[in-house]
Design a protein around this ligand. Structure first.
Ligand code: GLY
Length: 439
């Protein structure tokens, strides 16, 4: 057995990283976070390094004698943090630069999916906007998705209802100094229910995590601009045990194999963004890390140890670890954001009510963009706080999450009011259908 880690460095500064540090701390692990936030500072020690300052992170891992590093966000993975740590002989959880391209390049992702015969949308790839425009103009008017090829922090995907919207999206990509650097993909657009299914893998063995539903649109009813995620809940009734087994067999396992066959074995979290269509689940995208806020939701349901799972994955000995044990419960995470998010926000506003919220039963308050400022905790960016509550039903978890959210206040703070609502409606629909069958 791979020994459980005792000292872990967590790279990143969001609520996902606070949740990782919190869960590890409950297991007796000494957690360090770089750069961390006010929340990681409460459960561990914050270290002064940007998440992409790889040479400094290598130094800090050595200096603090950590026995494992866990990478939260995608940018350091795509920049090669795993390669640098591995070269330095330091264990690290997360894919190599080459394997992280499954998130860093939409075209690479599609090539892997094609190699694994994994269900996904048809697509065309273009090196620049002129050819993409020509292609759209030559086709019949149809809904499509226009995507920038590289990392875009959620800003590079345009869901287009018609030709006019697609042409406007291509123009927007061409006009953006960052998004215009790479190619453009135009994909078939699907309608359906979107879910997140993540698996921990060492490149051979996979451990599929419970299905989660994120809420990416800013406002209630899935309206408004796209965000990093305004809330999540698990397990979602849209994915029952049979569908989860199908997703594992037809999507996750073939993707892991296709990566290995392509000589880019993947270790870390493989995160499938899926659309549930009448023809079955289709891959919208893959990410190379835990989702945020999906991670907070899942870690509040994980009863068994996280440290052994992460350490065994990094050692490529995941087959030695017991299957994780999940609480027979539901969890709901609600993100509280600063005024203006996902556009620019005012920083430095003091947050009140964090202790009162955290004191409620079955509630965890995770810090995202926060920092300590002379004894006060202040909001330091858009998604500042994520509140997760568990309950024996989804309805109870939701009620408790919003009870806690009401305690937390700062000027201009807001949240979606309908997190988990789709799941509750689906539960009612299924119960009514089962009653109908029984009658
Ligand atoms: N919540 C979606 C993501 O982490 O990409």
């Amino acid at each position: 057995m791979v020994p459980a880690p005792r000292r872990v460095l967590i790279v990143g500064a969001g609520a996902r990283e606070h949740a990782l540090a919190w869960k590890l701390a409950t297991e007796g692990v000494e957690a360090f976070a770089a750069p961390g936030n006010a929340g990681t500072g409460q459960v561990g020690t914050n270290l002064d390094a940007a998440a992409t300052d790889i040479p400094r992170l290598v130094e800090l891992a050595r200096e603090h004698a950590v026995d494992l590093t866990v990478v939260g966000p995608e940018a350091p993975l795509v920049a090669g943090i795993t390669d640098a740590f591995t070269a330095a002989g330091l264990p690290i959880f997360g894919p190599s630069r080459a394997a992280a391209r499954i998130e860093g390049s939409k075209l690479f992702c599609k090539q892997i999916l094609r190699r694994g015969d994994v269900p996904t949308g048809l697509f065309e790839a273009f090196t620049g906007p002129a050819r993409a425009r020509e292609w759209i103009e030559a086709r019949e008017d149809m809904p499509v998705v226009v995507k920038a090829d590289g990392l875009a922090a959620g800003k590079g995907v345009f869901v287009c209802a018609d030709r006019g919207a697609a042409l406007a999206a291509i123009d927007a990509l061409a006009a953006d100094p960052v998004l215009s650097r790479g190619g453009i993909l135009i994909e078939e657009r699907f309608d359906g229910i979107e879910v997140s299914v993540m698996a921990i893998t060492d490149g051979r063995t996979i451990v599929t995590l419970p299905p989660v539903q994120d809420h990416k649109a800013a406002f209630d009813g899935d309206t408004g601009p796209n965000t990093g995620g305004m809330g999540a809940y698990a397990p979602t009734p849209f994915v029952d045990a049979a569908l989860l087994a199908d997703i594992e067999a037809r999507i996750l396992v073939p993707t892991v194999h296709a990566l290995r066959r392509g000589k880019v074995p993947f270790q870390g979290v493989l995160f499938a963004g899926l659309m549930l269509t009448p023809q079955g689940p289709k891959v919208l995208e893959f990410n190379a890390r835990f989702g945020d806020p999906e991670c907070q939701t899942l870690l509040c349901l994980l009863e068994s140890g996280l440290g052994p799972l992460l350490a065994a994955t990094a050692a490529r000995r995941l087959e030695e670890v017991e299957t994780p044990v999940w609480k027979r419960a539901a969890a709901v995470t609600v993100v509280i954001a600063s005024e203006g998010y996902p556009a620019a926000v005012q920083r430095g506003l003091p947050i009140r009510g964090l202790e009162a919220a955290a004191a409620l039963p079955s509630v965890q308050v995770f810090h995202g963009a926060t920092r300590s400022d002379g004894g006060r905790i202040v909001a330091d960016g858009g998604r500042a706080i994520a509140v997760t509550a568990t309950g024996d039903t989804l309805a109870r978890a939701k009620l408790q999450a919003y009870t806690a959210v009401r305690e937390i206040r700062w000027q201009g703070a807001w949240c979606r009011k309908d997190i988990a609502e789709k799941g509750l409606l689906e539960e009612h629909r299924r119960a009514a259908a089962a009653d109908g069958e029984g009658a």
